[in-house]
Design a protein around this ligand. Structure first.
Ligand SMILES: [Zn+2]
Ligand SMILES: [Zn+2]
Length: 328
């Protein structure tokens, strides 16, 4: 064989992987092309070796997989973070814990800057180091949130980047904790709000404005008196409720959401909405559908001008009311 190994063919082999009746032949095809200088794009050499390493690992041959991953690291010294991550994971799974941890720890700062660095977490989890993975996710979230709090003058690009990182880290952490059967903590609630805000923001591309369901103070009280089960879905106080909405909107705008706003719910309105269909007014689904039904009646656009009346209905100026709430 003297033909060139293209990126498409490497992809194809990657998809076949160990499901192929002859995984060894696929490994030989990849490594042969690298050995003989037949990789069509030299930038794909590391990729070819890592695909081969993955097939070997799935076949249970961790030692040879490590050899190929090590070679991938050496082949492309300027762009080898992913290869080092794979190598680190393999070392861990081979029981060479100190070496593996050293390799991954050197890459740990990427979790604060590179949205594609979540493979580090996967490597840790797959190697039975879920606790370390959690610690790194929490640490990265702490660091980025601290940075966004203290550096008010970051460029818009830097802010978008931070928002994207926060989103990815919070989702990964949320799902990992859920797998471990852990209850929601503050960052998990953030993850849920961000996901909802992002769904809304994405939906807004064809559905009109992205809106969140907001309960004015009296309605918030009436709601929880009437359906105590909703205490699980909402914070303990109305102040926290409007702060959550403000933060979700700030985050949605950071993710590029446009046409943001709130729709105003009422306890009587929710009851009337749920009754005819017999749906449970306390279910997430009913609340979403109720919010959608209010969309048509009118959306309070967000954000208001700094000196305009706040969206929450307090009567105070936005800059003195909910604007500062997003920062605590
Ligand atoms: Zn959740
Ligand atoms: Zn307000």
């Amino acid at each position: 064989m003297s033909e060139l190994l293209t990126a498409d063919r490497i992809d194809e082999i990657g998809n076949l992987g160990s499901k192929s009746p002859d995984p060894a032949a696929l490994v030989a095809e990849l490594v042969g092309a690298v050995d003989e200088g037949r990789v069509a794009d030299p930038d794909d050499i590391g990729f070819a070796l890592l695909v081969a390493a993955d097939i070997l690992e799935q076949a249970g041959d961790l030692a040879d997989a490590l050899t190929l991953a090590t070679r991938a690291v050496a082949e492309q010294p300027d762009d080898n973070a992913y290869a080092r991550g794979v190598r680190g994971g393999l070392l861990l799974r081979l029981g060479r814990t100190d070496e593996g941890m050293a390799e991954l720890t050197a890459l740990r700062p990427l979790l604060e800057t590179n949205p594609k660095s979540m493979y580090l977490i996967d490597e840790l989890v797959e190697s039975g180091h879920g606790d370390t993975a959690m610690e790194w996710l929490t640490g990265a979230l702490d660091a980025i949130l601290e940075r966004t709090r203290t550096q008010q003058h970051e460029s818009e690009d830097a802010q978008d980047e931070a928002a994207a990182m926060i989103y990815g880290l919070a989702q990964q952490r949320h799902d990992l904790r859920e797998e471990q059967g852990l209850p929601h903590d503050e960052y998990d609630n953030l993850a849920d709000r961000l996901r909802a805000a992002s769904d809304h923001a994405l939906g807004a591309l064809d559905d009109g404005p992205a809106t969140l369901l907001f309960w004015p103070q009296a309605e918030f009280t009436a709601l929880l008196l009437r359906w105590p089960a909703l205490a699980d879905s909402y914070p303990a106080t109305w102040d926290e409720h409007r702060a959550q909405i403000e933060r979700a909107l700030v985050e949605a705008s950071g993710l590029g959401g446009a046409d943001l706003g709130v729709v105003v719910g009422t306890a009587a309105g929710l009851a009337a909405f749920a009754e005819p269909t017999g749906s449970d007014p306390t279910s997430e689904e009913t609340l979403d559908e109720y919010a959608d039904s209010l969309d048509e009646a009118g959306v309070t656009a967000w954000p208001p001008g700094r000196n305009d009346t706040c969206w929450c209905g307090s009567g105070a100026k936005y800059k003195k009311c909910c604007l500062p709430r997003s920062r605590d």
